[in-house]
Write a protein that binds this ligand. Structure first.
Ligand SMILES: Cc1cc2nc3c(=O)[nH]c(=O)nc-3n(C[C@H](O)[C@H](O)[C@H](O)COP(=O)(O)OP(=O)(O)OC[C@H]3O[C@@H](n4cnc5c(N)ncnc54)[C@H](O)[C@@H]3O)c2cc1C
Length: 409
């Protein structure tokens, strides 16, 4: 794309943000004061971004996207960040995982039906992959789908299904040929979680949250038109979706203040130290070795500096990889390297944050701890899942050995 075209698009985006983004959701300009954001502000910004296709900037316009090229999408990101604002999240699993595979493997009817509802957040999706007997060895899955006229009848169960209790639809791996070799008898199908025969049971976690569910299917009727790709050809789609998932996870992970940008991290680190606590919390205990808002412990400072350098290098590696992938081939097995590194780095980050907080890191509930302290403790526990979700670190090492380094089995 010629530099003049990029410059002119940049101007267009700036004008768009200026005209539409409520000041409560962006950096104030000279003479402006920033009011507290209201629900109406969030809604307005979300609606405008959806209407312009900027929640899925690179998707084609006919499916609710912005129709932008990669360089234009990057400009949009840069300008949103420069204005101190953001692209509203509309549908986590739909946006990062299902949408890209529908664009690649879906037929025209499936794209027209499902993509716009991801783009505008109308339908929330969850991922029906893992089963009680099929996690790392995903291809052992046993949930059965049997053709019956225009439908498939589905029986079985999925587990660790994040947000199933808040989702509308599920994309699901099912066994459609039990006699074929295990990778060959799998199909990829979409269906409505409100269908009769679906039971969603939330699972309580150690962090006190309940993000996961086990989902049971008893004679659930899924429309055959929602089988994506060829019958028994679901494994290829499943693997592709995992690459998208790992690419997304490499960009930031749930846990203590997740995010790949070193700058952001150092800011939030400071926030942990400076966070005001209640009077009760103040009496209870200071942070470990804190003096004048700074950590006195040189070893801890060293760990923080090392982490900042690692995360900066990681951010640069991600950018380099994105640049070299400009040819538009989509994610590859190399996403496993990034996913592995991000998982381990995020867990280390959570550990460092807990060390820096000292006794305040024990905060779980009650007024003795600030909201940030409580969130950090829970985030630290949540970060333990980073090296499991989207495939464990051991599984990523296997993929790297086989598919990236071409080592023998
Ligand atoms: C936060 C979180 C969110 C999740 N969300 C979802 C979701 O939305 N949808 C969904 O379908 N699933 C989800 N999962 C499930 C996740 O994909 C599985 O937990 C994961 O694939 C591991 O499977 P498992 O738990 O059965 O462990 P297992 O496969 O039983 O593994 C147990 C241990 O053995 C090791 N291991 C297994 N096989 C090998 C091997 N070949 N070589 C070396 N080591 C091996 C593993 O690394 C692990 O340490 C989520 C998990 C987490 C933690």
């Amino acid at each position: 794309m010629p530099p003049e075209a990029i410059d002119s698009f940049r101007e267009e985006v700036r004008a768009f943000i200026d005209a539409n983004c409520p000041v409560s959701l962006r950096n104030p300009r000279d003479g402006e004061t920033k009011p507290a954001a209201t629900q109406a502000d969030y809604d307005r910004w979300r609606d405008i971004m959806i209407e312009r296709g900027f929640t899925t900037p690179e998707w084609p316009k006919e499916y609710g996207g912005g129709g932008l090229s990669k360089p234009e999408a990057r400009v949009l990101q840069q300008e949103l960040a420069a204005a101190g604002t953001y692209a509203p999240g509309v549908s986590f699993f739909g946006l990062a995982m299902l949408g890209p595979v529908l664009l690649e493997f879906g037929n025209e009817e499936q794209k027209a039906e499902h993509l716009p509802k991801i783009s505008n957040g109308q339908v929330q999706w969850c991922q029906g992959y893992s089963e009680p007997g099929a996690g790392s060895d995903l291809a052992s899955l046993q949930t059965r789908a049997v053709r019956d006229g225009d439908h498939y009848i589905i029986n079985g169960s999925k587990i660790w299904t994040t947000n199933a209790h808040h989702s509308d639809w599920i994309f699901c791996l099912v066994r459609t040929d039990p006699d074929a070799a295990k990778h060959d008898g799998i199909s990829f199908i979409l269906f409505d979680l409100k269908s009769p025969g679906v039971t969603v049971s939330p699972i309580q976690l150690i962090s006190g949250q309940s993000d996961f569910c086990q989902v049971f299917f008893e004679d659930v009727r899924a429309e055959a038109k929602n089988l994506v790709g060829p019958l028994n050809g679901g494994w290829t789609i499943a693997k592709r979706l995992l690459q998208h998932e790992r690419a997304m996870l490499s960009g930031g992970m749930p846990g203590v203040g997740a995010g790949p940008a070193a700058k952001k991290k150092s800011k939030s680190k400071k926030k942990v130290i400076e966070q005001p606590r209640s009077a009760l919390a103040e009496q209870a205990r200071p942070y470990v070795g804190e003096q004048d808002g700074r950590l006195a412990d040189a070893a801890l400072r060293d760990r923080i500096a090392q982490h900042e350098m690692d995360s900066l290098c990681f951010g640069l590696s991600l950018r380099r990889s994105a640049e070299s992938a400009k040819s538009g081939q989509g994610p590859s097995a190399a996403t496993s390297m990034f996913k592995l590194y991000m998982s381990e780095m995020n867990k280390r980050r959570a550990e460092i944050t807990m060390s820096a907080m000292g006794a305040a890191g024990l905060g779980w509930s009650g007024e003795a701890f600030s909201a940030t302290e409580r969130a950090n403790t829970r985030g630290w526990l949540r970060s333990k899942g980073n090296s499991i979700e989207g495939g464990t670190s051991e599984v990523q090492l296997n993929i790297i050995a086989k598919r990236v380094l071409s080592l023998p089995d």
